[in-house]
Design a protein around this ligand. Structure first.
Ligand SMILES: [Mg+2]
Length: 394
């Protein structure tokens, strides 16, 4: 069997989430932009990968171009040589860098190759990674964004009523917009901080004491700001404080770590196993949250998880995009002992059904992985054609 084509798709799907039309998630006409990879073989088996990135417009187009260029170099290769192709994709790019767009491109291709391998062997991918260690996967998710504290509390209750036992909010977004592009000085006003504490307290009050309440700082704060912010949030018994400082300085993370009591989770901006070593060696986080579509794919998430296991650190994969992201991570997690919970972009994922062949099986906040071969979910080419943007239609 040989790889016959590798093609990127950028689709914009009508999205029913009640949230603003700005920021990295939605286009101005309230569509969600997602980036997929299709790998075809000369024997008619197709694999799917996802690598949706942020900020939507520039990030997805950059990575889509890279998939196209790198993909052309892989035509004629044996799609079962997953490990070798991963190394070729990373090592051939070391002068460009081995993280970010490079590891994302490698991820998209790796996920699609595992999908093909599972389909060839008629096995779900987790059966090729050691088999199941669990029968379901606990999820956590987000309520819609709002600057209204009463609304935030009601939305959090809606998530809990869907059966989820954990949810995540960024209550600082009232004052500081979403996204790393907004980082200037790492500060937030005193009022912004107090508003964040008040929203967190209101959500805690609404959902009760036993729901895990996760706070995402989105890597936006300097050291003293992150410490002050977290000390106020701790009053609401938060479960973890995510990405308190920008990713570039583990020294800054260490300083925050030393001065707060809350558990820390990092990893959505940490790529490949090598970047996690210092996190483990210096004890900088209680949880790691690599994103399978950015950190290096199925091959790499499995290795990072095993590395974390040797330090007794649980893995809680990041996942804020589409169904291939969720199912690829789920396949790894099915075979991973040191798992905490898996992130999805919202509690109601039915918008995915506009372009996949079978809905994700989510019941009471748990994802069930079927014995369908490969990733267990396929994209519908006709739907992709309908939602694709010009220039990136496969
Ligand atoms: Mg995050």
């Amino acid at each position: 069997m040989k790889i016959s084509a590798i093609r990127p798709w950028i689709i914009q799907v009508p999205w029913s989430e009640r949230q603003g039309g700005e920021g990295p998630f939605l286009t101005s006409d309230k569509k969600r932009e997602l980036l997929y990879t299709q790998i075809d073989t000369d024997e008619g088996i197709t694999g799917w990968g996802e690598v949706t990135t942020y900020p939507g417009v520039a990030g997805n187009r950059v990575v889509a171009h890279m998939i196209r260029e790198v993909g052309d170099t892989l035509i004629g290769r044996d799609p079962s040589h997953i490990e070798r192709i991963w190394h070729d994709n990373i090592r051939s790019m070391t002068y460009v860098g081995t993280r970010g767009a490079v590891s994302a491109t490698a991820s998209a291709i790796d996920i699609a190759l595992w999908d093909i391998r599972g389909k060839v062997l008629d096995q779900p991918v987790h059966m090729l990674l050691g088999g199941p260690v669990r029968d379901k996967i606990g999820l956590y998710t987000h309520p819609p964004r709002t600057s209204d504290t009463v609304r935030a509390a009601a939305d959090a209750v809606e998530v809990v009523e869907s059966g989820h036992r954990a949810l995540k909010i960024d209550p600082m977004m009232i004052s500081i917009p979403e996204g790393p592009a907004h980082y200037i000085d790492g500060q937030i006003s005193r009022k912004g901080m107090e508003d964040a504490w008040a929203m967190t307290a209101a959500v805690r009050e609404a959902v009760g004491p036993s729901i895990e309440l996760l706070i995402d700082a989105h890597g936006k704060y300097n050291v003293p700001t992150a410490i002050d912010l977290c000390r106020g949030l701790e009053e609401s018994n938060i479960f973890w404080f995510e990405e308190p400082v920008p990713v570039e300085s583990n020294h800054a993370l260490q300083q925050v770590r030393d001065k707060i009591n809350t558990k820390i989770s990092v990893g959505e901006r940490i790529f490949t196993r090598w970047e996690f070593i210092e996190i483990f060696e210096k004890g900088l986080a209680d949880f790691i949250m690599p994103d399978i579509t950015w950190t290096g794919g199925i091959s790499e998430l499995k290795k990072i998880s095993t590395l974390a296991e040797s330090y007794y650190i649980p893995v809680s994969p990041h996942g804020a995009s589409g169904p291939i992201n969720a199912m690829a991570a789920a396949q790894v997690i099915m075979s991973t002992p040191n798992f905490d919970k898996l992130e999805t972009s919202r509690h109601d994922l039915s918008d995915f059904n506009k372009f996949i062949d079978e809905p994700l099986d989510i019941r009471d906040g748990d994802l069930y992985v079927s014995d369908r071969p490969g990733l267990g979910v396929n994209l519908l080419p006709d739907a992709l054609k309908r939602f694709a943007i010009e220039g990136f239609a496969g």
